[in-house]
Design a protein around this ligand. Structure first.
Ligand SMILES: [Zn+2]
Ligand SMILES: [Zn+2]
Length: 414
């Protein structure tokens, strides 16, 4: 890249105890016009940042003394440095390490050894603000433990979007939230916004097992739709304690705040992030959410029935409303529980099939469509057959889009 274009003037602070690695990173980045400062450890990083004012930090995880995760957590916890993206690099390529890095607030994770291209691409991406979306459960209706060894998992709905500043935006508390909680617990104190789409079992059953709720010092904001006659906090209190569970919400030790929501396309501010809501077609009051951050957007609509007559031959009514709501989203996660054949038997149950979702996606044109809320009785092959129906629906409409089936344990970098 010629001087004067692209990243000229952008500063990168490199932390690595290996002289060889630091030299390599410096050479690759300076050749492209970045300004680079190096340090052989995680010590004194705050002073260096104060002097050098980097736009991004690239840090090794395994360093003697203060490791990269600790550095990242400290920077993200301090409001004066929280906006500086940190790229963590490690020779470990396990999903758990990647998640630990993202949970510590890392903007990206690089597996060593990395190529110059991978380094440049990652730095360029985080300067455009990249963040991670992890699926912890994507089954609908009821957990299906027999699916745990399949491709898509057996836990019910739970998705975690980690934004800079260690802000977790968690959607639904299906059984997947238990594993998310276990993963996060060592990183307390945590700041979490938890959004319920509605209170059916497959979206609430994991809540009592979400350990961060029982840790003093954690800050948890719970959002969910308000029914006409019952406050949201009462609905949650009723689901725990009394007849249904041995422990009541009185046992929570985190600072928990309950906020009822209704459909509101004017965005709410949640932990400094813009959140919009839309009522979906599903038994009981159910919301879809749209989160906007750093020029990216995620739409989460796990339970929504798209009536075929509102999708074909022309999109209208509720189908048009959700398509407008999801317009241009970076990622759309949407209900796609049934095959076309099954849908005919289960009309009115609140879920969608592939062709109807294709009609909505063809209008909304999201960067990526993720088929969500898999039927508990569906094998991997049946889940994939529904994806094939969705792809055929796109093709029929002359549209090319990226799409996939939601997979438990997967992390999408946005
Ligand atoms: Zn559901
Ligand atoms: Zn439901």
């Amino acid at each position: 890249m010629a001087a004067g274009s692209g990243p000229v003037g952008k500063r990168v602070l490199v932390l690595d105890d290996s002289n060889v690695v630091r030299t390599l990173i410096r050479r690759v980045l300076t050749e492209q016009g970045y300004e680079v400062r190096e340090n052989a450890s995680g010590e004194n990083v705050e002073r260096l940042i104060d002097e050098f004012k980097p736009d991004v930090v690239v840090s090794d995880i395994m360093m003697p003394g203060r490791n990269g995760i600790d550095v990242c957590r400290a920077l993200q916890a301090d409001p004066t440095t929280a906006e500086i993206p940190v790229i963590l690099a490690s020779a470990k390529s396990f999903d758990a390490d990647k998640r630990a890095a993202l949970s510590a607030g890392a903007a990206a994770y690089l597996v060593k050894p990395f190529t110059p291209d991978a380094l440049l691409k990652t730095v360029a991406n985080v300067l455009g603000r990249q963040f991670g979306l992890t699926v912890w459960g994507c089954r609908g209706s009821i957990p299906s433990p027999e699916r745990a060894w399949g491709k898509y998992g057996g836990n019910t709905s739970c998705v975690d979007l980690v934004l800079p500043g260690q802000r977790h935006f968690v959607f639904d508390a299906g059984t997947g939230i238990r594993i998310l909680g276990n993963d996060l617990i060592s990183q307390s104190p945590l700041r979490i916004a938890l959004f319920f789409t509605h209170y059916h079992w497959d979206h609430t059953q994991g809540l009592p097992f979400f350990k961060p709720l029982y840790v003093p010092g954690n800050e948890i904001h719970i959002y969910g739709p308000e029914d006409r006659d019952t406050a949201m906090s009462t609905t949650i209190a009723n689901a725990m304690g009394g007849k249904y569970f041995p422990v009541s919400i009185e046992a929570f030790r985190a600072s928990v705040r309950y906020v009822s929501l209704q459909e509101q396309t004017e965005p709410h501010d949640v932990l400094g992030v813009s959140v919009s809501t839309l009522e979906t077609l599903h038994p009981g009051t159910t919301l879809a959410y749209r989160i906007e951050y750093g020029g990216r957007s995620v739409v989460y609509a796990p339970d929504n029935e798209l009536l075929p007559e509102t999708c074909d031959p022309e999109l209208d009514a509720e189908a048009l409303r959700i398509a407008e709501f999801a317009k241009g989203a970076t990622v759309l996660l949407h209900d796609c529980q049934y095959s076309q054949q099954e849908y005919k038997m289960k009309r009115g149950w609140g879920h969608s099939c592939g062709d109807a979702l294709a009609a909505v996606a063809a209008h909304a044109m999201p960067g990526r469509t993720v088929l969500f809320h898999h039927d508990p009785d569906h094998s991997d092959e049946q889940v994939e057959a529904i994806h094939t129906e969705f792809r055929a629906g796109l093709e029929k409409r002359g549209v090319t889009l990226q799409s996939e089936c939601a997979r438990e344990g997967s992390t999408l970098l946005l």
